[in-house]
Design a protein around this ligand. Structure first.
Ligand code: FAD
Length: 396
């Protein structure tokens, strides 16, 4: 009998998992998505960067699945004629105090097998990005950009071509686990699956609770706001310009990123949001759940200085501009126009730690993706293979 597997969430991770399970296990897959389109949340609101694997601790899931994911994604985009452009990335040290961290990053990138990493001085970095400044940089020539929503739409087509279905406007409302399988109420329909894989992004906790597995981390949403460069200012950036990240955080700092459609984004910052879909300040719909998690306040206590700086950057265009001018001084306020941002789903532990690595849990017939922040879009095809390997096989 054909194995029936339900997947919650039609973001890039859920769709990649569905395609992988249908293609390699011959499963009959059904993707349940609450919105009326695929890629409605994180997958459709990000920087569009195919990360090369520079930042992640060697041996971590992020390091391994990012490198594997890049290769799979590059091949997938080529096979499906989707945009994929190796525009290259500079990570720039703007003071000599940042140099040791830059060298450590170069070492880590090499340990992760990132190809072509070069350490550049102030002059050499301008050969790559003529309008950028800094005391030194590392160059990753194969870091790329792609169109993640287009990848997600193509994955959804693959799922259907493999005999599965993608049911939009089907919010999962209840989950009941039985010894023989999982019953799911989505929209007004009931589904019976042998296995369920939850890739709910910002809403992971709600779905995990429905399944009876609340777990010991919670999603805390961080809004990432963006500006876009206007007119001729777009020519000031050829590829991707990043700061040296603060090793205390999984966020990479405000960066300048060329997009596949020719736009150049500046951002994102990282502001604690009080709603899972907190795309705007005034949305505080989930403040009780978010502030009710002890880890949120512990995290806020540990990082309040950075938090205040991020809030200032969010409210003041000038602060945002200053962050960008540190790397591209020719930019002016008139060059920046506000564009819609995204919200990151970041798992935080009870003691206030920002969980760095990807986390996937198996509970009987239910597999829960608990933490899939950046670079999960880059890594999605490799995450799918990883999950297909741990979804318990059916014994009949
Ligand atoms: C500002 C920003 C910049 C980023 N930049 C990059 C980058 O450059 N490169 C990179 O690799 N990654 C980046 N990321 C991270 C990347 O976007 C995410 O890691 C990735 O998209 C996660 O995919 P997902 O499928 O897990 O989540 P999502 O895309 O959020 O999908 C989850 C889906 O689950 C659905 N859902 C939730 N609850 C239910 C329910 N009850 N019933 C049915 N459906 C439900 C949601 O509607 C949603 O569509 C960035 C993220 C942000 C926010």
């Amino acid at each position: 009998m054909t194995e029936k597997i339900g997947i919650v969430g039609a973001g890039i991770v859920g769709l990649a998992v569905a395609r992988e399970l249908a293609a390699t296990r011959g499963a009959e897959v059904t993707v349940l998505e609450k919105e009326g389109r695929v890629a409605a949340h994180q997958t459709g609101h990000n920087s569009g960067v195919v990360h090369a694997g520079i930042y992640y601790p060697p041996g971590s899931l992020k390091a391994r699945l990012c490198r594997e994911g890049v290769a799979l994604l590059k091949e997938y985009c080529a096979a499906n004629e989707l945009p994929y452009d190796e525009v290259g990335k500079l990570v720039i040290a703007s003071t000599s105090a940042e140099r040791p961290r830059l060298s450590a990053l170069a070492e880590r990138a090499r340990a992760n097998g990132v190809p072509g990493i070069a350490e550049l001085d102030a002059l050499a970095l301008r050969e790559i990005e003529p309008h950028a400044v800094g005391v030194g940089a590392i160059h990753s020539p194969h870091t790329a950009i792609c169109d993640f929503p287009a990848v997600a739409r193509r994955l959804a087509l693959d799922v259907v071509e493999l005999g599965g279905s993608v049911r939009l406007s089907h919010p999962v409302r209840a989950i009941r686990e039985r010894p023989a399988g999982v019953q799911v109420l989505a929209g007004r329909r009931r589904f019976a699956f042998d296995r369920l894989v939850v890739c709910g992004g910002l809403w992971t906790d709600a779905v995990a609770r429905m399944a009876g597995h609340p777990g010991d981390v919670r999603i805390v949403p961080f809004r990432g706001e963006f500006y876009a460069l206007r007119g001729a200012a777009k020519d000031l950036v050829r590829g991707l310009i990043y700061p040296v990240p603060d090793p205390r955080y999984p966020f990479l700092g405000v960066h300048l990123t060329r997009q596949t459609d020719g736009e150049v984004l500046v951002g994102p910052n990282a502001v604690l949001a009080l709603a899972y879909e907190g795309y705007r300040w005034r949305n505080i719909r989930n403040f009780r759940q978010i502030l009710g998690w002890p880890g949120t306040l512990r995290m806020a206590r540990q990082h309040w200085r950075t938090g205040l700086k991020e809030v200032h950057g969010s409210l003041s265009k000038r602060a945002f501009l200053r962050a960008a001018q540190r790397y591209v001084p020719e930019l002016t306020s008139a060059d920046l126009v506000r564009v819609p941002g995204g919200v990151r789903a970041q798992a935080v532990s009870r003691d206030g730690r920002l969980v760095d690595d990807f986390v996937v849990d198996v509970h009987g017939n239910v597999v829960l993706v608990r933490n899939a922040p950046s670079p999960a879009a880059t890594s999605s095809l490799a995450i799918a293979k990883h999950i297909a390997g741990i979804v318990p096989a059916l014994v009949r």
